[in-house]
Design a protein around this ligand. Structure first.
Ligand code: FEO
Length: 166
């Protein structure tokens, strides 16, 4: 059975994952309108992944006797300056999500909730992979700069890049 404090903290994480999904969906949509179809495909998949992260939390909260609350949708930014702008935002966002997860893990230890602590280990590993992938992508974009040919190849590569945990 979840304590009220853990239930609340997990529901807060449901919101964080839902926001991530919305944010990446908006990035995907912008990329698609700019003709970056590989990037769009990658970001649509990332958005789906975040929804899966949210769903996993929803199911866990309910299984443990809590009540998962579906949060309101927030409007994410609709426009981006460039692919670098997108992936810088994505990396910054993932760093914040990692902080949230770490805070959550800390709370489970304070509350001596080892079941939830164990459940969250999956998210801890996932964050390491997602941050690493976002950094790799940023490194590539920094090398490419504004080179049109480079950006074309980057976009094509991203079409076939698997999601972080695959
Ligand atoms: Fe669910 Fe990308 O963190």
């Amino acid at each position: 059975m979840l304590s009220k404090k853990i239930e609340k903290a997990l529901n807060r994480q449901v919101e964080v994952e839902a926001d991530s999904s919305q944010f990446y969906l908006s990035m995907a949509s912008w990329a698609e309108t700019q003709g970056f179809n590989g990037t769009a495909k990658f970001l649509y998949t990332q958005s789906d992944e975040e929804r899966m992260h949210m769903l996993k939390l929803v199911r866990f909260i309910n299984e443990r006797g809590g009540h998962a609350i579906v949060p309101a949708l927030k409007q994410p930014p609709a426009k981006f300056k460039s692919l670098s702008d997108i992936f810088e935002s994505l990396l910054g966002h993932e760093i914040k999500v990692t902080e949230e997860i770490n805070g959550l893990v800390h709370t489970t230890l304070e509350e001596k909730d080892y079941t939830t602590h164990n459940f969250l280990q999956w998210y801890v590993s996932e964050q390491i992979e997602e941050e690493a992938q976002a950094r790799t992508i940023m490194d590539k974009l920094n090398m490419i700069g504004n080179d049109k040919g480079g950006l074309y190849l980057f976009d094509r590569d991203l079409e076939n890049m698997p999601a972080a945990h695959d």
